[in-house]
Design a protein around this ligand. Structure first.
Ligand SMILES: [Zn+2]
Length: 162
């Protein structure tokens, strides 16, 4: 991977070599925080007008309940924090080229989140996943999406993964 700074969208990661589909890229690493702490942090990032890399993952468990995992890579994380949002269907020609998948073990109550390629990725392609559906206007500030996909919704999701 290669990371470069862009004027309009900050830091962006690109593939430095061809990547086959379904390849493990790395873990979405960051602070694991409670939902209350995630809400506080999102409000603070909104207020300060800074970007953030707080990922919210909801999983349907076998017993029918939904587990929510909040991983904040804003202050501590790895290269995954530089993966862009892209609108569209993961793995489609014009959609995000990465997907997230959770891994849950009996050893920990917390899910870990892996990043995988959703299709073949060419050298120089921007690495992206879908942060989630566009915001419905009830939550926080709306921020223009600059992903460039043909089916771009025009707005960035409020929190990653929500
Ligand atoms: Zn978009």
């Amino acid at each position: 991977m290669r990371v470069a700074h862009t004027d309009e969208r900050g830091w962006v990661a690109y593939a430095a070599e061809p990547l086959p589909a379904n390849k493990y890229i790395g873990e979405y690493a960051g602070d694991y925080v409670t939902s209350a702490e995630a809400g506080d942090r999102l409000a603070r990032y909104d207020r300060d007008g800074t970007g953030h890399a707080l990922l919210v993952v909801r999983e349907q468990l076998p017993d029918g309940t939904v587990a929510r995992t909040n991983i904040d890579a804003t202050m501590r994380g790895n290269v995954s924090r530089f993966f862009s949002h892209r609108c569209g269907e993961p793995g489609s020609d014009d959609g995000p080229n990465l997907e997230l998948s959770t891994v849950r073990s009996l050893a920990s109550p917390l899910s870990r989140v892996g990043v995988f390629t959703a299709r073949n990725v060419e050298v120089g392609e921007e690495l992206s996943f879908s942060y989630g559906p566009p915001p419905d206007g009830r939550l926080g500030q709306r921020q223009r999406c600059l992903c460039g996909a043909q089916g771009c919704s025009g707005w960035l999701p409020y929190a990653l993964g929500s």
